[in-house]
Design a protein around this ligand. Sequence first.
Ligand code: HMG
Ligand code: MG
Length: 300
Amino acid sequence: MRSLPSYVQLKEVGPRDGLQNEKTWITTEDKVNWINMLSTSGIKEIEYSSFVNPKMIPALSDAREVGKRIIRNPDVTYSALVPNLKGLEYALEAGIDGASVFMSASETHNQKNINKSIQDTYPVLDKVIVEAKQAGKHVTGYISTVFDCPYEGKIAPERVLRVCEKLIDSGVDDLSLGDTIGTAVPTQIEQLLELLLQHYPKEKLILHFHDTRGMAIANIMTAMHYGIYRFDSTIGGLGGCPYAPGAAGNVATNDVLYLLEGLGINTGIDEKKLQEAGVFIQNKLDKTLPSRSLAYLKNA
Ligand code: HMG
Ligand code: MG
């Protein structure tokens, strides 16, 4: 087991993963104001929306407007989900630094989420990756259901490796591995990382935990012992995939920050500003978000 990293980079995916499953419509103006707050909190990467079929994700149907209106902090990388060339065209017009393509390691989740088999997905993503790279953009490949699938159960690490190989061959810069339904435990993280780190350096791997069973913090600790230093999270623990039944929100940025600060690991994030952004969106959604650290700070 290696020592912990001295710096961890958190990507705030709240404006995308966090809002995509919300029934309450957050106005474009509120989204823009919220992202602007996040942009000044010290967070280095924000996934601001999703350029998908708006009928499938109505909560983010204003992605183009949001992208055009947010105030860009030059120290922040702004990325968005892009499923196909149409999405890429809209995303480039709205402004992105990074495009995130996405698919699943499990056949059934891939089909439900993006309406294609895994084999049929590769050529679609291949075109997006090539065009995004030609446009000078960073490209991340998200892989969902890398541990467990809501339809197929446990997913063998070798299946995940096959998808990683295809996406890396197509030209993605890095890979974000999703515990989509938040059910993995640390031994699963170990098994997957033991395999993937034989093929890729730690710099290429990001972990994306949902926190359905409260295991995300333990899983992040495990991943950090393997040298992984990039994680996706959402403020307050917002989120979930509408095409993955039972999935709760992402691990809360506030909870991860509490852990990292306690461990003496630098993130560059201002806890107070993060808290203000969390309270802002909590009030707009008119519900209590699951993060324990956010609740504690709010009442402190
Ligand atoms: P499809 O139905 O196969 O595509 O969708 P299509 O080409 O037949 O198009 C159907 C309709 O969608 C057409 O409109 C297109 O114009 C429109 P219509 O003629 O019916 O009016 N369309 C688009 N509109 C705007 N922007 C676009 C676009 N593409 C098509 N880019 C597609 C294929 C992938 C587009 C669809 O299935 C889709 O949008 N899926 C998105 C599902 C989604 O967003 N899921 C949640 C995000 S993934 C996630 O949360 C997991 C993650 O967090 C990691 C983890 O936790 O594991 C990343
Ligand atoms: Mg997710």
